[in-house]
Design a protein around this ligand. Sequence first.
Ligand code: PLP
Length: 357
Amino acid sequence: MKLFTVGPVACYPQVLEEMGRQMFSHRSKDYIDLHKDLTFLLKEFLETESEIFFFPSSGTGFMEASVRNCVERKMLICVNGSFGERYVEVAKANGKEVVVLETELGEPIMPDVLDDYLKRNPDVEAVAVTHNETSVGLINPLEKIASVVKSHGKLLFVDAVSSMGGVDIKVDKWGIDVCFTSSQKCFGIPPGLAVASVSAEALKKSANMRNKGWYFDFILYKKYNERFSTPTTPPIPQMLGLRRILMIIRDEWGGKYKYFELYRERNRIIREGVEKIGLTLFPRKGFESPTVSCINAPKGMSGDEVYEAMRARGFELAHGYGKIKDKTFRIGNMGYIEFKDIYEMLKNLEEVVKSKI
Ligand SMILES: Cc1ncc(COP(=O)(O)O)c(C=O)c1O
C-alpha cells in the first residue's frame, strides 16, 4: 500500500533502520547523548533558544500541557477546523474559560479579526492557533497572527502538528511560546513522541501555576532537561529516528529549506494534478496547506467512495474529517513519498473519477 495519509505517514527507511537498534536505558550515557543531540538539532531547526521538551505522548499531550501550565483562568482559541475545536475541548475540560474566534470552514484566521478580538478581550492570558488545520487542508498566516498576539503581550501556543518539518517556523523571531508537533507527521517517524519548544515566558507562568498536575509539568521537565533527561521513560526509538532524519536533512539533503522545497514540490504536483482531473480544493485559494490537500469529492461520489476506490488500487489516501467528512477526501504529502508514486497515484485517481462520469 502506498501511503498518502495525514498521519501516521510512511516512515523513511533510514528511520526504520535506526529504530531497530537494541535499546539502552534512559539513564545511560547513550541516552544523554541522544537527548543532547536532539535538543541541539531542534533548536537549530526551529531557530530558538527555548527549552525543547520530549513527551511520551501524541501531540495532543502538549495541547493539554500548554493549557494546564500557562493558563490560570482564560484564553482565546482560534478555530477553523476540527483541531481548533479539540483545543477548545481540552481547555474547557481543564476548567478554563475560553473565548472562541471561529471562521467559516475553509477560511483562514485573519490577523485584523484577531486584533479586534484581543482588543475586546484584554483579560485573556494566551492565544492558541492551529498552524496547519489538517481537517480542511488549510494553513493559517502564522507570522502575522504571531505579530498581533505579541502586540497585545499575550502568550502564543501553536499547534504545529502537521506543519513543523514541512514548512518553516521561526519560533523566537515570531515570538511563539509553545510550539508542538507529533512524530508521525512531517518528520516521517512512527507515532509515540511529541516535541515542543517552550519559552522562558511560558516557564515563568508555569512556575506559579497551581493544579497543573505532575505528568506534563513544564517545570519538572525543565529540571530534568538540565541533565539531558526526562522524568519518565521516553520513547527512545522515536527519538533515535528523529535524530537520524534531522541529521540527514541537515547533512545530506541540503538543510531545512531544501526539505521545505521538497514538500512544496510534492504538494504542487498533487494540487496541479487534481485540478487537471477537474477537481477543486476545499480551502480558500492562497491558504492551501503545503502538507495535506483537502479536495472536494467529484460529482456523484462521496469522499469515502473515492477513498475506498483508491484503497482498492493500493493507495491509502485520507478520509474527509469533521463536518466536511462526506464531501471531501484528503491527500497527504508528509513523510516518505517518492515522486513516481505521486504520478502513479494521480493516474489512478483520474481513472477513479472518470469511471463515474
Ligand atoms: C493539526 C493537528 N493537531 C492535533 C492533532 C492531534 O495529534 P495527535 O494525534 O498526535 O495527538 C492532529 C492529528 O492529526 C493534527 O493534525
